[in-house]
Write a protein that binds this ligand. Structure first.
Ligand code: FES
Ligand code: MG
Length: 574
């Protein structure tokens, strides 16, 4: 074999990030020979490489169709003159993870970032979908800093039970509530169990996954019109092909995530989140994504935008329709066109066009039953609001669009549960001293608690009240709630109780005042008494007996208002 190691003969994509063992030619030679072992010709290895971060997993029902989508992405990359090379990352299937999927979002972001950086690729396609996978990939790609484009799984189709339409997971909660209240029999609930989620794809309502998909499209990190395409629709395969093609094109004219995710595009994403009546979790995720590029997202800013952004989308859990209806009604594009006067139009997207360019040319029929016009919105103000006060000095979140308005201006007696275990042990006790006018308070369920901020903020209505027809109560915690849940639920109280936040000082019998109008939440206990209680708080638990990722999480995780990212993953200043 003749020696051929001149630079111009070297495959270009494959030479990226080559380790220098002191003999660069040998490094190239070695890498080429191992690539050859996979059947690649030297010719094909000269093509630019598009990595495909594939989060398929047998533990992720939402990504079940990824093998088929992957083929379409690869086809698109080849069409664009690139070489597609798939690689796995960890996956986060929402309902199969313990203690909570949020705990592993940062781990997936680290996996994604490091594998993009460590392996030779010129651009990357991010295949995500289920709740935490979308932000994890965007966080990782933002930090890795090479051209990146996301394609999501798309939503599930709805199903049927008798004459009712069913969509995970708002209807899971609705029927479980009826079962708890004795309105649905055991035989019926078992029958419904098999009908709630019947196709691949993400939850069928405007939960966290769908909200994050719409945010990714609004930011400009995925192709226009792709967020809402149902998982099993042929258009999703065409979107996957187009995404592969766009990724290959991004190599010729590199556009970095930092040019797309900017203060202005993040503001657009917040607007869309508010207009969707989207998931409370999305605030945490968007804050974390923006944080990777040093862009702050303040809850004061959220309130300012919320005051001037109407709710336009009539989807469960807030409204009445499902994601497939949103797709056929016009999807994200229709929402963007209505919000246009409020948006920053000069934001760059993965196509190389700005948001303004997109909206210039885009038209289409809109189903007004699902997507309202800005002139006649469903609600004049945004779906989410941040509350501040002595109970939440750094803020708390209420999804007002999913709450009972009659509870918005209210003072109530606190009934405190000190942990998830305490809640589980006592909530259905017939002796529990509680009325529908009380405020249920859950402590120790924030990011630094042993539970790692689970979606436990949707506290079950005590059986003694739900069986009498009570459907909603004020519930307050430092936990999160599922994007598919609803109720007058105050979440993400910051700082959390595990780090000695004021939530830790609440005792059963205290009075709490909620005012959505004033955007406030206050514990009506005098400061001297709070000081006395503060002095009695147990010391913060040591992390000495924890290990591995669990220890890293406990020591690094930031509070909810900072996106629950890790301190060490923030950009280095200067
Ligand atoms: Fe994956 Fe709901 S379980 S989006
Ligand atoms: Mg969810």
């Amino acid at each position: 074999m003749t020696k051929d190691n001149s630079q111009d003969q070297q495959p270009q994509g494959l030479a990226r990030g080559l380790t220098n063992y002191g003999d660069m030619d040998f490094s190239v030679y070695l890498r080429n020979s191992f690539a050859a072992s996979m059947g690649y010709s030297r010719e094909v290895l000269k093509k630019p490489i598009v990595g495909i971060a594939n989060s398929f997993s047998g533990f992720n029902n939402c990504h079940r169709h990824f093998p088929e989508m992957l083929e379409a992405v690869k086809r698109g990359v080849l069409l664009g003159g690139g070489l597609p090379i798939e690689f796995p990352t960890i996956s986060l299937g929402e309902v199969f993870l313990s203690p909570t999927s949020l705990k592993f979002r940062n781990l997936m972001s680290m996996d994604t970032e490091e594998m993009i950086r460590a392996q030779p690729m010129d651009a990357v396609v991010l295949m995500g979908g289920c709740d935490k996978t979308v932000p994890a990939q965007l966080m990782g790609a933002a930090s890795a800093g090479i051209p990146a484009i996301q394609i999501v799984a798309g939503p599930m189709m709805t199903s049927r039970y008798e004459e009712e339409r069913l969509g995970a997971c708002t209807d899971c909660r609705r029927f479980w509530g009826k079962y708890r209240a004795g309105e649905v029999s055991t035989a019926q609930i078992n029958d419904i169990e098999g009908r709630l989620a019947t196709t691949s794809g993400t939850c069928a309502v405007m939960g966290t996954a769908s909200t994050m998909a719409c945010i990714a499209e609004t930011l400009g990190m995925s192709l226009p019109g792709t967020a809402a395409i149902p998982a099993v629709h042929a258009d999703r395969l065409r979107a996957a092909e187009a995404t592969g093609l766009a990724a290959a094109r991004m190599i010729e004219r590199p556009i970095l995530p930092s040019e797309i995710i900017t203060e202005k595009s993040v503001e657009n994403a917040l607007r869309v989140l508010l207009a969707l009546g989207g998931s409370t979790n999305a605030i945490i995720h968007l804050t974390a994504i923006a944080g990777r590029l040093g862009i702050p997202v303040s809850l004061q800013k959220l309130n300012q935008l919320s005051d001037e952004t109407p709710v336009l989308v009539n989807l469960k859990p807030v409204g009445s329709h499902y994601m497939e209806d949103f797709f056929f009604a016009g999807g994200v594009g229709a929402v963007l066109r209505e919000l246009r006067p409020l948006l920053n139009l000069d934001c760059m997207t993965v196509t190389g066009e700005t948001l303004g360019d997109r909206l210039e040319t885009e038209t289409g029929w809109v189903d007004r039953r699902v997507i309202a016009s800005a002139a006649e919105p469903l609600e004049p103000q945004g779906g989410l609001v941040a509350l501040f006060g002595n109970l939440a000095p750094r803020g708390a979140i209420l999804k007002r669009s999913a709450a009972d308005e009659r509870l918005f201006e209210k003072e109530g007696r606190a009934v405190v549960f000190t942990s998830l275990e305490d809640l589980a042990a006592r909530v259905d006790d017939p002796e529990l001293d509680i009325t529908a006018d009380d405020f249920m308070v859950l402590q120790n369920a924030g990011p630094r608690s042993a539970s790692g901020m689970p979606e436990a903020g949707y506290l079950p209505i005590p059986k003694k009240l739900s069986s009498k027809g009570v459907k909603d109560m004020v519930r307050i915690s430092d936990a999160r709630m599922s994007g598919t849940a609803f109720g007058t639920i105050v979440l993400h109280v910051s700082p959390e109780s595990a780090v000695g936040g004021p939530l830790a000082l609440v005792r059963t019998g205290d009075r709490i005042r909620l005012s959505v109008k004033n955007k406030s939440i206050d514990l009506l206990v005098d400061e001297a008494e709070l000081e006395r209680r503060r002095a009695e708080l147990p010391p913060q638990p040591s992390t000495a007996n924890r290990r591995g990722y669990d220890k890293l999480y406990a020591e690094q995780v930031l509070q909810a208002d900072e996106g629950c990212d890790f301190t060490m993953l923030q950009p280095v200043k200067g």
